[in-house]
Design a protein around this ligand. Structure first.
Ligand SMILES: O=C(O)C1=C[C@@H](OP(=O)(O)O)[C@@H](O)[C@H](O)C1
Ligand SMILES: C=C(OP(=O)(O)O)C(=O)O
Length: 423
């Protein structure tokens, strides 16, 4: 079912505390590592959303036992088996992180997903896996659907390839690399890698699981072969999902608090603190969490979002409501996300009366008065979240298929209504 959802308008300053569920990126990394580990793991406060449930389902079909308990997800590894099928939905983490795992299964593993998933970049990571000794049948498509012909072991070794379309290509090889016979040495050779914090997150979770990773040299990662230790971890709140909520304080004025915001994190979404500060908010991180206050006035921004592409839709929404122009740069790779996010943001903001142009690697946004209309979301959860931010100030804005937020935050409509004081 898809719902056209009238976005709540803020009729005064907001005063809200929002408890944000766990990080997608951490939950799906922990799930993969727990499935490859030597013993049982416990993932406390995991994110339960489409992307993480697809990851759990795929690992179960490969033989892993995942029980949903009162304490969280209890993951018991087992020999990985095929034949089986993996539904990736539209989840980049599932479609990129699992083919190397499937290489370790003892039979064929077929991958497919949503219609748009077939167009997301996959070729480089499939090519790299072939170099590392995995047979993959894709009839020359360089994308889904494809079948990994698992034979129970992966030789591994050294691979040099261009990962500039997605940091997830690198993370995928590192996450499973310790289970390859020779480990793995990954060398990126191409334009600068996007989303570096996500690779740092991968390296950190691997080290926490006892895996030896050398990332001393730029664009090179070496994972030693060896055992992956079991995990007992609590998943941090998803800071990219928190972004629209804290942005609301800037749009409507008032204060939004997010408890349990981590003091130190590898989550890329943490950059929203500095971005909101630069756009005019008061931002304070204490042991109790993050507090963001605003007056309703928003300053335009000139910013390179290469490392934090996930934040682009929300920053674009703020920029459209600002009192001066903004330039969002370094985000050409967003054309390969859930949808072509640069085209989608320009089209939808302009439909509301905005003045947004695409550049080669980003967006130029000149604020203009906006009017209500249908905001198309292109099956992209962050388009829906950006629309909700706009809707606080643009009466009559209707969000197409608000359920798409279920990709990473099924509770979004309810939490948003509470924030806006209409729930
Ligand atoms: O590894 C991860 O968890 C992610 C990496 C990034 O991907 P890209 O490098 O493809 O942008 C990010 O945008 C995505 O939402 C999650
Ligand atoms: C790009 C994103 O997701 P994915 O993990 O599917 O790449 C995202 O959540 O913004």
């Amino acid at each position: 079912m898809t719902t056209d959802w009238p976005a709540p308008v803020a009729d005064g300053p907001i005063d809200a505390t929002v408890t944000v569920p766990g990080s997608k990126s951490l939950t799906n990394r922990f799930l993969v590592l727990a499935a490859l580990a030597g013993d049982e793991s416990l993932l406390r406060r995991p994110l339960r959303s489409r992307d993480t449930l697809l990851m759990a389902q795929a690992l179960r079909s490969l033989g892993t036992v995942i029980e949903d308990t009162d304490d969280g997800w209890l993951v018991t590894p087992a020999p990985l088996r095929g034949p089986t099928q993996v539904d990736c939905g539209l989840a980049g983490t599932v479609m990129r992180f699992l083919p190397p795992v499937a290489g370790l299964a003892d039979g064929p593993v077929h991958f497919d997903g949503d219609p748009h998933a077939r167009t997301r970049p996959m070729g480089p990571v499939l090519g790299a896996l072939r170099t590392l000794g995995v047979q993959i049948d894709d009839e020359g498509r360089d994308g889904m659907p494809f079948t990994v012909q698992g034979v129970g072991t992966v030789p591994g070794g050294s691979v040099r390839f261009d990962a500039s379309a997605s940091s997830q290509f690198v993370s995928a090889l590192l996450l499973a690399g310790a289970r390859f016979e020779q480990g793995v040495r990954v060398i990126h050779d191409g334009k600068p890698l996007p989303s570096q914090p996500h690779i740092d997150m991968t390296v950190e979770v691997l080290r926490d699981a006892g895996v030896m990773v050398d990332d001393t040299d730029a664009n090179t990662w070496v994972v030693e072969p060896g055992e992956i230790h079991s995990l007992d971890v609590e998943v941090e709140p998803d800071l990219s999902n928190a972004a629209p909520f804290v942005a609301a304080a800037l749009v409507a004025g008032g204060t939004v608090r997010v408890p349990a915001w981590p003091q130190f994190t590898t989550q890329a979404g943490d950059a929203i603190r500095d971005i909101l500060d630069a756009m005019g908010a008061d931002v304070a991180l204490t042991r109790d969490g993050l507090t963001v206050s605003g007056t309703g006035e928003i300053v335009g921004i000139d910013i390179d979002l290469h490392d934090v592409g996930e934040l682009t839709p929300v920053v674009a929404a703020l920029a459209a409501l600002a009192d001066s122009p903004s330039h969002l740069r370094g985000i050409a790779h967003l054309r390969g996300h859930e949808t072509d996010r640069l085209a989608a943001l320009a089209t939808e903001l302009n439909r509301l009366g905005g003045d947004v142009s695409e550049t080669e690697d980003g967006l130029t946004i000149r604020p203009r008065p906006l009017h209500g209309d249908l905001f198309r979301t292109y099956a992209d959860h962050r388009m829906a979240m950006a629309a909700a931010v706009l809707g606080l100030r643009v009466p009559g804005l209707v969000i197409e298929n608000v359920e798409t937020t279920g990709k990473t935050l099924p509770a979004f409509p309810r939490l948003w209504e509470q924030l806006a004081g209409v729930g």
